[in-house]
Write a protein that binds this ligand. Structure first.
Ligand SMILES: [Zn+2]
Length: 313
């Protein structure tokens, strides 16, 4: 639940519903506070329980129906928490966030009616909340991007036993594209380097995204489970962090996102070109080595860039 891609205040609210401690009328009565047997949203004389408020109330049902997921509530015998668990089961953190935002929208509309004497209609309540979730996500993404505007100039090893894999792609001739990757441990020592030759000239962006996909497949094969992938393509890294991407690489990014699920811990970051030199050189020599892996002794072409990285890290 804490992983859902939505603001913390909403997650806190969901947490409070799981413990049935939100101040709806029925809970107030339980705590010995006087409250009326009345629902402000539908005007019925019923106890305002979480179940009524979020599931049974006609207003809430209309709101869920208007929700982007078009949720219909049929399981009337479940508690609200049981129901919420069921709808969120096996959903991505983005879908879970949409559902949480829906719960929040209903609660906010209820408070608007109760305390501000507004009469929100379910359609606009849901729509405006989905827009604010979108705004929040965009703000989060721009935070990530801001992080990226000042990427490390020199290559740096990672702390905490994580493996860093630098990747790159480049044209190696008139009709081939090379990929290179190099995996180093948290101490900066070489674990494995590799090259791959694609026998077609790929568009630069497609090449960068394909190099990421290929490196992720290699890392999976080699059973590396805690990895940071570093690319000098800001567009590819941004696409991995956000939901949207350039249509030309959309399918490749989707493959990468599916591959990401094979790792215990995986992240993606952007580096300046000159902090990505060994991978860059590997991509350019792929025409010579084609498909190859190096474990102990890297190809001579990257000895110097490796040395430079080691000197600055
Ligand atoms: Zn009601």
């Amino acid at each position: 639940m804490w992983k859902a891609n939505c603001p913390t205040k909403i997650k806190h609210f969901i947490y409070r519903t799981a413990n049935n401690i939100i101040p709806c009328q029925a809970n107030l009565v339980r705590r010995g506070i006087e409250a009326a047997e009345f629902c402000w949203m539908c005007g019925q004389e019923v106890w305002e329980t979480q179940e009524h408020l979020f599931m049974q109330c006609a207003w809430a049902r209309a709101a869920w129906f208007q929700h982007p997921l078009g949720i219909r509530i049929d399981q009337v015998n479940l508690t609200f928490t049981e129901w919420l668990k069921e709808v969120c089961l096996n959903q991505s953190i983005d879908i879970a966030a949409l559902i949480f935002q829906g719960v929040w929208a209903i609660w906010k509309a209820r408070n608007d009616k109760l305390f501000n004497e507004l009469s929100p209609d379910p359609i606009s309540a849901i729509n405006s909340n989905m827009n604010s979730l979108q705004d929040w996500r965009e703000a989060q993404n721009s935070l990530n991007v801001e992080e990226n505007t000042n990427p490390e100039v020199a290559w740096k090893a990672l702390a905490g036993g994580k493996i860093k894999i630098n990747i790159d792609a480049g044209w190696t001739g008139s009709n081939s594209t090379g990929f290179g990757f190099i995996a180093r441990s948290h101490t900066g020592s070489l674990l494995v380097a590799g090259t791959h030759l694609e026998c077609q000239r790929l568009d630069p962006l497609v090449a960068e995204a394909s190099a990421l996909r290929w490196s992720m497949m290699k890392a999976c094969e080699l059973e590396m489970d805690s990895v940071t992938f570093e690319s000098d393509s800001l567009i590819v890294i941004r696409a991995m962090r956000a939901d949207s991407s350039d249509w030309t690489i959309h399918n490749i990014i989707q493959d990468c996102q599916a591959l990401a699920e094979n790792f215990n811990s995986v992240s993606f970051s952007h580096v300046k070109r000159n902090a990505n030199l060994p991978a860059h050189v590997l991509a350019s020599v792929a025409i010579k080595y084609q498909d190859q892996l190096w474990w102990d002794y890297p190809p001579t072409e990257i000895e110097h860039p490796l040395f430079v990285d080691a000197a600055f890290s």
